[in-house]
Design a protein around this ligand. Structure first.
Ligand code: UD1
Length: 440
């Protein structure tokens, strides 16, 4: 009998190479221009949302990342026909989707597979997905998703590693979210688009990708109002016809990653194709740390920093607060700051695993529970480190770029889930970074 490790199964299903590492030779101030890709978190919701359409649509500005490729594979398994027009654009025909179950091995591999629940409930009146996987950031409950589906009349069961939901007819209702949840807000929105009557979501999340998913659905024929506020109203419609083209919003988190890389490396970069309004919480902290931000035209930010970052205190919050998905990246800035800083992580209970990796590079960070204390050091030193999750991986790249000596980052499958061409983008800014294939 042949035994596979979890990692080998992942690579077997989704491609990639477990032996790949990023080798970075540090101490480079980043200079030049970078163009931001479409938002991962919008794309992984828009793709399942196409299941609600009985027609053809084209999606532009899709980030070419592994989470998108997995989503497309799952849609194809369900009967959708996908044509890749370019590496960032697909045309998808969902007329022949058959209401069978999504493959459990694929759906349990990434977090956003939970959107298949809302989308398949809406289209097929029943859905089954594997317990969502994704980055290990601590407990990731889905009680608010379930509460929303049940309010619309669905029967939901969780057990044996999967979630099943079914309903005879979805009927609109009022849903109050006990916690502000991006995933639950989008999922209830998906389930209610084709429901009978009106659904309201109170205490809804307001992240840019929620607005983007609502805009996508409205372009295809839905009637959703208020996305981006804490009260969303969805008037159910009979059908989504599609026959339209939609462009995914630029990635707020990718843009923020480069802003913080500019500060940490004392660089000077232009970040193109971003929505500057979405970046205001990050801009405020960049300025507090002694960096500079200038808006150029409507969609470009120049970010530069001439000195060691100043200390700052951070508390992560739902949008428009400082995003938890940029917490590790700003942690790198604070690790080399002039003075001591604290980060309070209010969204995820276990998002400081990256601090142990930074400490291997000479940082002095003490993390306990949901907060971490950063004693600023003058510099970091290159070291072998391991990406413990997607954003931790991005943070370690920034750390490698500013460190003295060589850094080797393993576990790239996390980074590839959410950043398109990351090493090429950093290389174009002057970083000495390459992907190597190394036998363990
Ligand atoms: C999404 C993002 C993720 C980001 C997070 C917070 C995607 C695919 N992922 O994750 O990158 O870090 O938003 O901005 O978009 N909660 C509950 N019950 C629920 C749902 C959530 O208690 O049913 C809690 C969570 O434990 C967490 C908080 O609510 O403490 C926020 O979670 P949520 O916004 O749902 O995160 P995700 O949608 O999983």
């Amino acid at each position: 009998m042949v035994y596979f490790t979890i990692d080998k199964v992942y690579y077997y299903i989704f491609g990639g190479n477990a032996l790949e590492k990023l080798l970075i030779t540090g101490k480079t101030p980043l200079k030049g221009e970078v163009t931001i890709s479409g938002a991962k978190n919008a794309a992984v919701a828009i793709l399942p949302a196409t299941l609600l359409i009985n027609g053809i649509c084209t999606i532009e500005n899709l980030p070419n990342i592994s989470d998108v490729k997995i989503s497309c594979k799952i849609l194809e398994e369900l009967g959708a026909k996908i044509t890749w027009n370019s590496k960032n654009e697909i045309t998808i025909d969902t007329r022949n989707v058959c209401c069978t179950n999504a493959p459990l091995d694929m759906t349990s591999k990434f977090r956003a597979s939970y959107y298949l629940l809302g989308a398949l409930l809406g289209r097929c009146k029943n859905a089954q997905v594997g317990m969502p996987g994704g980055c290990n950031l601590g407990a990731r409950p889905i009680d608010q998703h379930i509460k929303g589906f049940e309010a619309l009349g669905a029967n939901v069961e969780v057990g044996q590693g999967k979630i099943t939901a079914s309903v005879k007819k979805l009927v609109g209702n009022s849903v109050y979210m006990d916690v502000v949840s991006v995933g639950a807000t989008i999922n209830v929105m998906l389930a209610s688009v084709l429901a009978e009557g009106t659904t309201t979501i109170d205490n809804a999340a307001k992240e840019p990708h929620i607005v983007d998913v609502a805009n996508f659905l409205n372009t295809m024929g839905a009637d959703i109002r208020g996305a981006g506020t804490d009260m969303i109203k969805i008037n159910g419609v009979k059908e989504l016809k599609g026959n339209a083209t939609y462009s995914v919003v630029p990635d707020q988190i990718e843009a923020g990653t480069f802003m913080l890389a500019a500060v940490a490396s004392r660089g000077d970069i232009k970040i193109k194709n971003c929505i500057t309004k979405h970046l205001e919480p990050i801009t405020a902290k960049v300025i507090e740390m002694g960096g500079n931000v200038e808006e150029i035209g409507g969609d470009t930010l120049r970010v530069w920093c001439n000195k060691r970052p100043s200390k700052a205190n951070i508390k992560t919050l739902p949008y428009p607060g400082f995003p938890t998905d940029l917490q590790p990246q700003i942690g790198v800035c604070l690790s080399i700051a002039d003075g001591n800083s604290t980060i309070n992580e209010s969204i995820w209970e276990s998002r400081f695993q990256y601090t142990e990796e930074l400490n291997k590079m000479g940082a002095k960070i003490t993390a306990q529970g949901k907060s971490a204390f950063f004693e600023g050091v003058k510099k970091l030193y290159g070291s072998p480190v391991c990406a413990t999750d997607l954003r931790a991986g991005a943070a370690l790249i920034i750390a490698g770029i500013i460190a003295d000596g060589q850094t080797k980052i393993s576990n790239l499958q996390y980074i590839d889930r959410g950043y398109e061409n990351i090493e090429e983008k950093f290389r174009n800014l002057g970083a000495k970074i390459e992907r190597i294939n190394e036998e363990e």
